[in-house]
Design a protein around this ligand. Structure first.
Ligand SMILES: *Cc1c(COP(=O)(O)O)cnc(C)c1O
Length: 469
């Protein structure tokens, strides 16, 4: 039975809480300043059951003891994405300031769904978003929202695209199955969005480097029937494929989207961070025509998980697709009068309602370090990638499979079987040296290193190359 005379059974702040607060902040400080952090490795379920056991009890336990359990037993079984030789997938490398500010975001208890509730947080998030949309050359009225990741961003953008496609047809297409056309190197989340939306998806073949250009798309559109063309609700290009880091011909693809009068979405979850790097900015020409684009601050823009900037050319289009209606929500709805001096409700711009102000850690770091520091950090990783490519070319036991365009190195260990790659990958993770997993390219098992962390050095890459002898 609950005791109504003790409403503060859990909600209180006493001396013990203060002690816990100090222990938590102390741990956070120590973890944030680790350079490098331990790489760590996954435990099996039975190991965790043996080491950690049951953590939750009816009576509860001392907070310091539960914290110790996390620090000593749970955290070491989670690989540190910010380790400088974590080069698998797309790593993360949040700035110290963004992680520190994440603590502030949690403590502030902001629900950043409506302007009514969170105007200041939304204002700051929008400035960080505007830095990106200006780099892309999007119009001043563009805008969007930070969602949990690229997968959520792609889905929300494509739902907005489908909504516009149907609205423009005035009901004539309401029961027609939409068709999404995606570039050959598009991410699995585009395919997954099509499944969620019950849409058809067709991938345009990419060239030998994994890049899709306007000519290939044009040839492909040429073989579609009139009725198939009328079902196209969006064309999706990839600005930095995840597997090999190449940018599609955005200008060429944009032109076809315009000619077809359809939505142009650019998935830059990984690569569009390099919009801020002058040396590769030209690769993104054409992105300014996007109806929507995404980029993940939790990847190459040095924010903590989880955060994806989803930007629309015309955010009011997104609002038509995503606004939720309910009696108790009406108070938060924005009419045209209120919008003269407010920003759009972030909740209305994606598939979500309540939301963490997950753009704020990125905003804080950007405001503190300045945008030039971001350009320099991304340029530094591009330079290390080029030097790494040279090391691979110079190594007799390795072949560079593709010239790197952004920051992904794809290479082969001459003579190795898939099993040998896997054994090597397991070994270097076990030794705490590096986390690199094999991928496939053109049907062949190869190695892939994705370099986004400014702490990743050429000397570190040389260590990895030596371990492949
Ligand atoms: C990582 C990635 C995604 C998915 O992003 P999440 O944040 O992991 O959901 C989508 N597209 C591309 C190109 C990516 O690299």
């Amino acid at each position: 039975m609950s005791d109504i005379s003790k409403p503060q059974l859990m909600h209180f702040y006493d001396e013990e809480s203060a002690e816990l607060a100090i222990a938590i902040v102390q741990y956070a400080m120590e973890r944030i300043k680790m350079d490098p952090p331990p790489l760590d490795q996954p435990y099996t379920l039975s190991e965790l059951q043996r080491i950690v056991g049951q953590t939750i009890t009816p009576q509860g336990r001392n907070g310091l003891e539960v914290l110790r359990e996390f620090v000593d037993e749970l955290a070491p079984s989670c690989i540190s994405v910010d380790h400088p030789l974590f080069l698998a997938f797309v790593p993360g490398a949040p700035t110290e300031s963004s992680v520190l500010f994440d603590l502030v975001v949690a403590a502030s208890n902001i629900c950043a769904d409506f302007w009514l509730e969170a105007s200041g947080a939304i204002y700051a998030e929008n400035q960080a978003m505007k830095w990106i949309s200006d780099l892309a050359g999007m119009p001043p009225e563009s805008g969007g929202v930070f969602v949990s990741g690229g997968t959520a961003g792609n889905l929300s953008a494509l739902v907005a695209a489908r909504s516009r496609w149907r609205l423009r047809a005035n009901g004539a297409l309401n029961s027609t199955r939409p068709l999404i056309i995606a570039s050959g190197g598009s991410h699995s989340s585009i395919q997954q969005s099509a499944i969620v939306m019950d849409a058809d998806i067709i991938k345009v073949p990419a060239d030998h480097r994994g890049r899709t250009d306007g000519v290939a798309l044009g040839r492909f559109l040429g073989i579609l029937s009139e009725s198939e063309l009328s079902r196209v609700c969006a064309i999706v290009a990839t600005a930095g494929t995840t597997n090999v880091g190449v940018v599609d011909d955005l200008a060429g693809i944009a032109k076809h989207a315009r000619d077809l009068n359809t939505w142009f979405h650019v998935d830059g979850a990984y690569g569009a961070a390099a919009l801020c790097a002058p040396s590769v900015r030209h690769l993104f020409n054409g992105i300014e025509h996007a109806d929507s684009m995404i980029v993940d601050p939790h990847k190459w823009l040095y924010g903590p998980y989880d955060s994806c900037a989803l930007i629309y050319r015309d955010p009011k289009m997104a609002r038509l697709a995503h606004t939720q209606h309910a009696e108790y929500l009406d108070i938060s709805q924005q009419d045209d009068d209120s919008l003269t001096d407010q920003s759009l409700n972030p909740s209305d711009l994606a598939h979500h309602l309540s939301r963490r102000a997950r753009g704020l850690p990125f905003w804080f770091s950007l405001a503190m370090h300045g945008t030039d520091a971001y350009s320099e950090a991304v340029e530094a990783t591009l330079a290390v990638t080029q030097l790494g490519a040279q090391l691979i070319r110079d190594s007799k036991h390795l072949d560079l499979v593709l010239e790197p365009e952004l920051s992904v190195l794809v290479f082969r260990r001459i003579g190795w079987s898939p099993a040998q790659y896997q054994m090597w990958s397991d070994r270097v993770l076990g030794e705490g040296l590096a986390f690199i997993v094999p991928t496939t390219w053109d049907g062949e098992t190869v190695l892939r290193m994705c370099i986004i962390n400014p702490r990743t050095t050429v000397a570190g890459l040389a260590q990895i190359i030596a371990s492949l002898l």
